[in-house]
Design a binder for this molecule. Structure first.
Ligand code: 5GP
Length: 209
């Protein structure tokens, strides 16, 4: 019997701005070794402490449009006056090597990914309350009041699309939340629909009996 190299799962994580998904994803990646986090491209300016190539690839609008035109992005979307997009190459390489690839993207992009990759797992991270969400955005101190308003308005629009996701995750306690997240992903690995190739191989091997 030949070995089967199982491809990783494409995991899409969305959530309202300030829901804490960035911190949650960083912790997931550092605690388990089967994940790869995709770094997006954006036209947004870096925040204090953000590094090019780590949080994002920070590019000009012209460069972003150039990458779109050569088909270098799996998906892209406009969010609060800027472009954000997922580079194709890294995602495909890591999935093929068997790692689960995490995309931390907003809802328009998430739905495009689901169209292209029906087996993607869509997760939505929620704050315990909207009060908490606003507090987190204020405490972060990275956004202007006008921008916080825009982000909360956008949260309202995104809330309408939550039913398209497979699971919601309430980010109440970071440590518990990471464990829950990993368990959900482990369960997805056991889904027969995500194991078609493996099952097919077993059936082929059984056909001689
Ligand atoms: P922020 O400006 O707070 O870093 O990100 C704003 C929003 O853009 C967040 O909801 C984030 O998940 C989303 N985002 C980040 N990268 C991408 C991407 O590559 N594609 C899409 N569609 N959304 C992204």
């Amino acid at each position: 019997m030949s070995n089967i190299v199982k491809k990783g799962i494409l995991i899409v994580v969305s959530g309202f701005s300030g829901a804490g998904k960035g911190t949650l994803m960083k912790k997931l990646i550092s605690e388990y070794d089967n994940y790869a986090l995709s770094v997006s491209m954006t036209t947004r300016k870096p925040r204090k402490g953000e590094q090019d190539g780590r949080e994002y690839y920070f590019v000009t609008r012209e460069r972003f449009e150039e990458v779109i035109s050569v088909g270098g992005l799996i998906e892209y979307a406009s969010y609060v006056d800027n472009y954000y997009g997922t580079p194709t190459e890294y995602v495909e390489e890591k999935l093929n090597s068997g790692l689960d690839v995490v995309l931390e993207i907003e809802i328009q992009g998430a739905l495009k990914v689901k169209e292209k990759f029906p087996e993607a797992l869509l997760l939505f991270v929620m704050p315990p309350s909207i009060y908490e969400l606003k507090e987190r955005l204020l405490k972060r101190g990275t956004e202007t009041d006008a921008n916080i308003g825009k982000r909360l308005k956008r949260a309202k629009e995104e809330a309408e699309g939550i039913n398209h996701y497979d699971y919601i995750i309430i980010n109440d306690d970071l440590n518990k939340c990471v464990v829950r997240l990993n368990e959900i992903i482990l369960a997805a690995h056991a889904d027969p629909l995500r194991n078609r190739e493996f099952i097919k191989k077993l059936m082929d091997d059984l056909s001689q009996y």
